[in-house]
Design a protein around this ligand. Structure first.
Ligand code: ADP
Ligand code: MG
Ligand code: ZN
Length: 634
């Protein structure tokens, strides 16, 4: 029995990565133990029924009823014939009885001595088995509660997975379509390979890198590839794994993770989906908040501050929700480097497909360019899925190679897949989005006080935005004039206006723009005092949650009457500016057309091409803006 237990323990893999501990074996084990216990108790009970007092035993011997007995150190077992009936008996031995042997001799009882039916056996049955049973049950219950298995005794032990740089190594060869991000990671590889070189002149190696991008764009992949490329250990942990049901576990895990990693420097620590721990502290819940998460976050911050980057440990984190991150995480010395991964464009998608077909057998007629062309909005993960799906489909039909039709079916499958229905856009939708984005861009381009457009794209991004028009301010600004704000509003409304102008119809795609425009207009009127009718008055409605009155949005800070007037003014201002946007678009309808068509073809247009298409942007002389210096920001 004891041996079996040992063997069982050996089978359990080390705590780092137990997916599950063969639940079946475990049930079996528990059942066997229970059976043993039962047997033991039955045995004990039957022993009890045969138990007789020592005095009775002596009396039986004296009467010659006892035929044979076994004398142990504590008990005497034996057989007796009482009134012609054979009977077994057990009695506890009275040690002081030195004449027992004489007595037995005298009555010709067959007797033998024995090592007692072992205290060991008894101890084993009464103590060890129940103990093992209890531990097993406890273990089992906790595992249930904690979700995936961690060993009971190691709550704080961390589950960081160590990806050694041996075996199947992921490198930059496995990554495609996100060149910009990859270039920046190349720099990290240099740092990791040769930390001394960069520190020679006293410079500090960056500590933290935050990978930002929609799901499936390859954030995790890129982090792994960086470790693979640099040939350093890769410690990875998911943000949600830090936050478990036991208070204090998250913080302990963070400490442990850093301890482990520092021993293996240079290396990469990767925290995937950091938003699980990195949300604004105090946001999201009014009552109580999540103390556990906050503790974990605080621990992470203090660990990051605590170690010097001299050691060559780079902390990477990934998120698709940078907007919810606590600003403390983004401060200098923490995740101060941000690398953005975009959904790939046409060329990028083709490159990614090329990575994923490396191990597949394709028929020569397969044209990956056209597969890429059919999949706007697909990210790396989708494309990888398509390749695999096509291979499976072809294999199912006993084909020798994967054909174009398999790819088509695979694409359909992704599009029809439940969670991705909103990803792929039809040709008609694509046109609407193209004109919508072109509308923003044209309005921004032909208004003198707006920030120049640096990139316009119709690649779907996130849930709401089907396209994006990115503007970058030429210089840092701390003030905006009323005219500038109005032009900004015009630009926001330009998308919807273009849709109406071209298709004589409007779509739901402009909802986000409208919300932003409404908010901005409201601020102008109710906060910055920029409206004649409402006057010089400011209602702060951006106070932190806990400073607001009541638990709702703090709208109640002004009277019903004012509230109504503000709404009326917001409507008036927006409708006036909408007309202005429409006028601009009508004036430049030809350009709108050219730009929209270019977008339909290329999906993304960068600043340089934009200027080639539309000519240089009109800027105001007065503000003496310098062309050509681009500041960071969005
Ligand atoms: P994320 O972490 O951004 O959600 P992942 O890195 O987990 O995305 O990507 C999932 C899978 O999709 C990867 O394992 C890879 O096979 C594929 N993939 C994603 N992006 C790319 C890319 N840029 N190049 C090649 N493959 C990619
Ligand atoms: Mg990921
Ligand atoms: Zn828009």
């Amino acid at each position: 029995m004891a041996k079996k237990e040992k063997g069982k323990q050996k089978k359990v893999p080390p705590p780092q990565n137990i997916p599950e501990i063969e639940p079946k074996t475990k049930y079996l084990f528990i059942i066997i133990l229970a059976a043993f216990l039962l047997a033991f108790f039955l045995h004990k009970m039957s022993a009890k029924s045969k138990e007789i007092p020592y005095s009775e035993f002596r009396a039986m011997v004296s009467k010659g009823e006892v035929t044979e007995c076994t004398v142990g150190q504590r008990v005497i077992e034996g057989k007796a014939v009482v009134k012609g009936e054979e009977k077994e008996f057990v009695t506890l031995r009275v040690e002081e009885d030195k004449e027992l042997v004489d007595l037995l001799e005298k009555h010709k009882v067959k007797y033998t001595g024995t090592e007692d039916q072992s205290w060991f056996y008894q101890l084993f049955l009464t103590l060890i088995i129940p103990l093992i049973l209890i531990i097993l049950i406890w273990n089992f219950i906790f595992k249930r509660m904690a979700g995936a298995g961690d060993q009971v005794m190691s709550f704080g032990r961390n589950k960081a997975k160590l990806y050694a740089s041996v075996g199947e190594k992921i490198t930059f060869k496995d990554v495609a379509g996100i060149e910009d991000a990859q270039m920046e990671m190349m720099e990290m590889v240099e740092f990791l390979k040769n930390p001394q070189k960069f520190q020679r002149l006293g410079g500090k190696i960056p500590k933290g890198v935050l990978l930002v991008g929609p799901p499936g764009t390859g954030k995790t992949l890129l982090a792994k590839a960086t470790a693979g490329e640099a040939g350093v250990p890769f410690f990875s942990m998911n943000g949600s794994e830090f936050v478990e049901m036991f208070v204090g576990v998250g913080a302990a895990r963070v400490r442990d993770l850093f301890d482990q990693a520092l021993k293996k420097a240079p290396c990469i620590i990767f925290i995937d989906e950091i938003d699980a721990i990195g949300r604004h502290r105090g946001a999201g819940s009014i009552v109580g908040g999540n103390d556990e998460r906050e503790q974990t976050l605080n621990q992470l911050l203090s660990e990051m501050d605590g170690f010097s980057s001299k050691k060559g440990v780079i902390i990477m984190a990934a998120t698709n929700r940078p907007d919810v991150l606590d600003s403390a995480l983004l401060r200098p010395g923490r995740f101060d480097r941000q690398i953005v991964l975009h959904a790939p464009d046409l060329a990028g998608r083709e490159a990614i497909l090329n990575v994923h077909i490396r191990s597949l057998t394709l028929s020569p007629e397969v044209d990956l360019h056209s597969v890429a062309a059919r999949t706007p909005g697909f990210v790396g993960a989708d494309l990888s899925f398509i390749c695999n799906e096509a291979a499976l489909l072809a294999a199912r039909n006993d084909k020798d190679a994967i054909e174009m039709s398999d790819f088509d079916k695979a694409i359909d499958r992704v599009i029809a897949g439940p969670e991705k229905t909103n990803r792929l856009i039809s040709q008609k939708e694509k046109e609407i989005v193209a004109f919508h984005e072109a509308g923003h861009t044209i309005v921004a381009h032909f208004l003198p006080r707006t920030d120049p457009v640096t990139r316009v794209s119709i690649i779907p991004r996130g849930i709401h935005a089907l396209g994006v028009t990115m503007q970058t301010p030429i210089e840092d600004r701390y003030l905006m004039t009323k005219s500038e704000l109005e032009e900004k509003l015009c630009t926001l409304l330009g998308g919807r206006s273009a849709e109406e102008l071209i298709f004589n119809e409007i779509s739901t795609g402009a909802q986000n723009d409208l919300r932003n425009a409404t908010e901005l207009a409201r601020s102008m009127i109710a906060e910055y005092g920029m409206n004649k009718k409402i006057g010089l008055i400011s209602f702060p409605n951006a106070a932190p949650m806990f400073l607001r009155r009541g638990f709702y949005d703090g709208q109640g800070a002004y009277s019903e009457q004012t509230s109504y007037e503000i709404e009326e003014e917001v409507k008036a201002v927006l409708s006036e500016l909408y007309d202005k946007a429409t006028t601009i678009l009508k004036e430049h309808e030809e350009m709108l057309d050219i730009l929209a068509n270019a977008l339909l073809q290329k999906e993304t247009i960068e600043k340089k091409e934009l200027i080639e298409l539309l000519g240089p942007k009109k800027v105001l002389e007065k503000r003496n803006r310098e062309q050509g210096t681009v500041n960071s920001g969005q």
